[in-house]
Design a protein around this ligand. Structure first.
Ligand code: BES
Ligand code: ZN
Length: 986
């Protein structure tokens, strides 16, 4: 995404028709390329302001993938065309044509052409559409495809379905690059209510760009293998074949794939038949798939590989797990296979709607940009998100597999069966799946208490960004989301984690029964169709009315306050007076919100308890209200937002804070575990916003010497991360380390004991996590025993060749050993990384390699991140972010990203998550004026190149840096004094 205005690699244009002289033609491709391109492609212009005369021929800049030859975008006035209102310059399709079904045949080549070195695919497709409004123009999405001129001399042929109505002929056909259309001008009108067939033949590159129809590679038994696979969401189906590529343009797809013997073709539908076919003397297979259900283009998938699979059947559904042969043989697909059936059944019950397809395939792809993708009937995953190997994978790897399967399976209904009309409502799709993934995972692993973790993983995570003025509301206007990069930008923490958090809140205050009832009727009404998010409110309201639960306000009014304005409230409870009030919570109290249309008041459900006794829910429906019951006397304390089900923070009068703290110190078990995590997180963040003193926040960590539970510890660590980022280059660092070492030592000793000196692994899921937390923090704070342990385990592995470190502990042990070691340790880990046959083991090493303290190794590692033969493209940005986690690596990574921005942007821009993460990552330590200036300069210098899906992240980083500068100035001395005082008084 976001490469915008220039073509990176050539793809041949003419003469390729399936089955006709394909190889010879490929060779001819590069020769004819530059001449043909001029006819085929309208000169690219600045996004948004394009106008193109189809008759002008221009030469596009020489294609190149070298960063230093990237043509600079032109900002010369004489090359910028005047703004135009031509339909093909708009990003949204007109309403004139409605597709009904497609017939698509694709033939990906899994060997490179010898002359050009390119991998390509060829294909032909026809789409049957109905004319809804009379028009003489056909716009159909197409990106980076090159068309064969047909016998009419045009890129497509049009025929009428009804022989009584003659189709007009195509006057002109061209490609509109910026808006990604194949444009066909007709010499007469299409007739309203009539159907037509549009046929085209095309070629595309099977590039390693992780988007559209693309190529993934891996080595098996010393042999390099290629697979062809797809990632269409959000707007890359148009890279595979010409289509009406908007989510509301649902159709039925008849897919055929041509492929080599010895390979398998998969798609959304079940394989119907595979027959021999001879093309140019090549003996090939043609696999025809059952037609799909009526569905959106972004959910299509086609894959050709020599993978193998395991399968089972639940009720009527065939479940298969596909992966590399060696991974399946090693049993790495077994866990996913065992969990899929129960999760699928769970969602059938939860939605009260049966899974409509006869099969559910899930496949692990070696190169995959996101974590997983919910293609209907053929879900694709990163290897680490699907494959589990007991000898290599940690508990957290296992949990990720369960939750990600649950997330994608939830989309089979919510997203696939019922699809939001346009991408502006993406938050409901992703937020919903991100909430119910916990419910599905809980069904699969009921002993884990996994539902609690939404508070750390989503609620706390998104509070951090939603407390900035650069945040944005969940809901966007349809008109504001047009370009592919704008769509990609929506896949952010707000859509996922805030979406999940507010839906969880909604489900709780409605009760799960009412929530499910609303979902069921919503899914039933809109099955195989599209909806907008307010349709869900309508159905939930119907469920409320039908069940007679008492709500003061309509669902829509309540939810509008959470969905249509950004941010969230801090609810302040004064236990002296019973007055409860709300304010927009901003991390930087001096920052100004410039969206005046909102009043920043919410309708807030407040669950609460008094000194351990749970009370009735109350609603805060005004800026402030009085609840006499919330007055506390004597040693009573009030605690609100139980289990952090509400999307808000809570502050109290100082007396209540003190009583809560003394409650923590004397009998912390009286406070629910999730709320212990919350008290720490709220206190630290209220302190950052200058609502309470920083010292009060630090005081919440004192009770931890008695805490054995994971969530409060992890919450503390997440908050202390900020202290590390701000202070690990300052004099605060030493005393801070002393204090934290002192606090964590009892936990470390506890786990040493429980595990018989690190031989066993704790039984409970959360205890397994907390064991890792204990070791990580102990080693991080320099507990000698911990460091020796890590080094000894690693050395044993290096000496014996046998890795006896438990998978749960590997990440932290590897990191500490590599940090303490030198070149030898690094090279050892690098060579194991390169040969790893289990993706989750490779991932642990890849992150640990960034822990070295050797500058030259870090710099060399950064270079490796842009060499796809060393670090897969899917992992490039996260590896750079790993380097920034290392205090030494931070500035190296920042220099690296600045120097290579345009290259990184163009070469790695296919992804949606990565840019925001990268920018937030390299800037997260920024806390000086000098760094702020550098960041602003970076923004200005690259205004032309752009930041694509990272655009918002740049502004967020600037805002964060300004807040950090102030925070450090105001807090450094206090914090230093506090750590010094606490570190010596045991
Ligand atoms: N639909 C997304 C995958 C996706 C993300 C496609 C961004 C295109 C752009 C999928 O359902 C998803 O959300 N995957 C998550 C996993 C989930 C457990 C949060 C992912 O990929 O990380
Ligand atoms: Zn999703």
């Amino acid at each position: 995404m976001g490469t915008g205005y220039y073509i990176r690699k050539p793809v041949g244009i003419v003469g390729i028709i399936l089955g006709a002289g394909a190889l010879a033609t490929i060779i001819a491709l590069s020769v004819v390329y530059s001449q043909e391109k001029a006819k085929n492609i309208v000169p690219p212009t600045d996004a948004g302001t394009t106008t193109s005369n189809p008759h002008v021929t221009t030469t596009t800049p020489a294609p190149s993938n070298k960063p230093w030859t990237t043509p600079a975008p032109s900002n010369k006035p004489w090359t910028t065309p005047a703004p135009s209102n031509k339909p093909w310059d708009k990003y949204r399709l007109p309403n004139s044509l409605v597709p009904d079904n497609y017939n698509v045949t694709l033939w990906p080549r899994l060997t490179a052409d010898l002359t050009t070195g390119l991998y390509i695919f060829t294909g032909h497709s026809s789409v049957e559409f109905e004319c809804a409004e009379e028009t003489d123009l056909i716009l159909i999405h197409s990106n980076k495809l090159n068309y064969t001129k047909l016998d009419n001399g045009k890129f497509a042929r049009l025929v009428s379905v009804n022989s009584a109505v003659k189709a007009p002929s195509i006057k002109d056909s061209w490609l509109q690059n910026v808006t990604q259309y194949l444009v066909l001008q007709l010499d007469g009108k299409l007739v309203k209510g009539h159907r037509y067939h549009l046929y085209a033949e095309f070629t595309g590159e099977l590039a390693d760009d992780l988007g559209g129809f693309y190529r993934s590679e891996y080595i098996e038994d010393g042999v390099r293998k290629i697979i062809a696979t797809t990632q269409m969401q959000p707007t890359d189906a148009r890279k595979a074949f010409p289509c009406f590529d908007e989510p509301a343009m649902k159709a039925v797809f008849y897919i055929t794939v041509i492929h080599d013997h010895g390979t398998t073709a998969l798609s959304n539908g079940k394989e119907k038949e595979s027959t021999n076919i001879i093309v140019d003397g090549h003996n090939l297979l043609k696999t025809v798939f059952e037609p799909t259900e009526r569905m959106s283009t972004y959910l299509l998938a086609f894959i050709v590989s020599d993978f193998t699979y395991i399968s089972n059947t639940t009720d009527r559904v065939l479940i298969r797990i596909f992966a590399r042969k060696s991974a399946i043989t090693a049993g790495q697909g077994d866990y996913a296979l065992n969990k899929t059936g129960p999760i699928l059944n769970f969602f059938e019950k939860y939605f009260n709607s049966s899974y409509p397809l006869p099969k559910s395939d899930q496949i692990a792809i070696p190169d995959f940009n996101a974590g997983a993708m919910e293609n209907w009937g053929l879900i694709t995953y990163r290897e680490t998100a699907l494959l589990y190997d007991e000898a290599f994978s940690s508990t957290s790897n296992k949990e990720r597999i369960t939750t990600i399967i649950a997330h994608e399976l939830a989309h089979m209904w919510f997203g696939n069966l019922v699809t939001l009309r346009w991408w502006n409502d993406l938050w409901l799709n992703e937020g919903f799946a991100s909430y119910v993934e916990y419910l599905g995972a809980d069904e699969a692993e009921p002993d884990w208490n996994v539902k609690d973790l939404i508070v750390l993983n989503d609620v706390h995570r998104v509070f951090a960004v939603d407390a900035l003025t650069s945040s944005h509301p969940l809901s966007s206007n349809e008109d504001d989301i047009q370009k592919p990069a704008q769509i990609s930008e929506l896949f952010d923490a707000i859509s996922y984690s805030k979406g999940a958090s507010v839906l969880r809140m909604l489900s709780h205050f409605l009760t799960e029964e009412v929530f499910k009832r609303g979902l069921t009727t919503y899914l039933a009404e809109f099955a195989f169709k599209n909806a907008v998010y307010t349709d869900l409110w309508t159905h939930l309201q119907m469920a409320v009315n039908a069940t007679g639960i008492l709500l003061h306000d309509p669902v829509e009014n309540i939810m509008n306050t959470w969905v249509r304005q950004m941010g969230f409230p801090v609810v302040t409870i004064d236990t002296d007076t019973g007055v409860v009030s709300q304010n927009h919570f901003l991390l930087d109290p001096d920052s100004k919100v410039t969206t005046p249309s909102h009043n920043y008041e919410w309708i807030v459900p407040i669950t609460w308890m008094k000194t351990g006794v749970k009370k009735e829910l109350v609603w805060l429906r005004e800026k402030s209200d009085t609840f006499d019951a919330m007055r506390a006397t004597g040693s009573e304390w009030v605690l609100a937002n139980l289990d952090v089900v509400g999307y808000y923070r809570v502050n109290y009068d100082r007396g209540n804070w003190d009583r809560l703290l003394s409650g923590l110190n004397t009998n912390h078990m009286l406070i629910p575990v999730i709320n212990r995590a919350q008290l720490v997180d709220d206190a630290f963040n209220l302190a950052r916003a200058k609502i309470i003193p920083t010292v009060l926040a630090l005081n919440t960590t004192k009770y931890l010497k008695n805490e054995k539970e994971y969530m409060p510890w992890q919450s503390t660590l997440n908050n202390l991360d900020f202290f590390y980022l701000m202070f690990d280059r300052t004099e605060v660092y030493g005393p801070m380390q002393d204090y934290l070492r002192q606090q964590v030592t009892p936990l470390y000793d506890y786990y040493k004991n429980v595990t018989d000196n690190w031989i066993k692994i704790p039984d409970r899921h959360m205890d397994q996590y907390n064991q890792v937390t204990a070791i990580s923090l102990a080693c991080r704070t320099g507990l000698g025993e911990c460091q020796t342990l890590a080094e000894r385990w690693f050395k044993n592995w290096m000496d014996s060749g046998e890795n006896q470190i438990h998978p749960n502990l590997r990440s932290t042990v590897y990191c500490n050993a590599i940090a303490a070691g030198g070149t030898k340790e690094w090279e050892f880990a690098w060579s194991v990384f390169q040969n790893a046959s289990v993706a989750s083991e490779a991932e642990k090493l890849r992150s640990a390699l960034a822990c070295t303290k050797q500058t030259w190794l870090l710099n060399r590692y950064l270079e490796y991140t842009l060499d796809p033969t060393k670090i897969r493209k899917q992992d490039a940005t996260s590896t750079i972010v790993y380097v920034t986690n290392n205090v030494i690596g931070q500035s190296l990574a920042w220099d690296f990203v600045r120097a290579r921005w345009s290259y990184i942007f163009n070469e790695y821009g296919g992804g949606s998550f990565s840019f925001a993460n990268l920018i937030n990552g390299v800037t997260k330590r920024f806390s000086t004026e000098f760094e702020l200036q550098q960041l602003k300069q970076f923004k200005a210098d690259n205004a032309d190149v752009g930041f694509g899906s990272g655009t918002l992240a740049v502004d967020q980083s600037i805002e964060r840096t300004m807040a950090n500068i102030k925070w450090v100035a105001e807090n450094k001395q206090n914090v230093l004094d506090w750590f010094e005082a606490e570190a010596i008084s045991k």
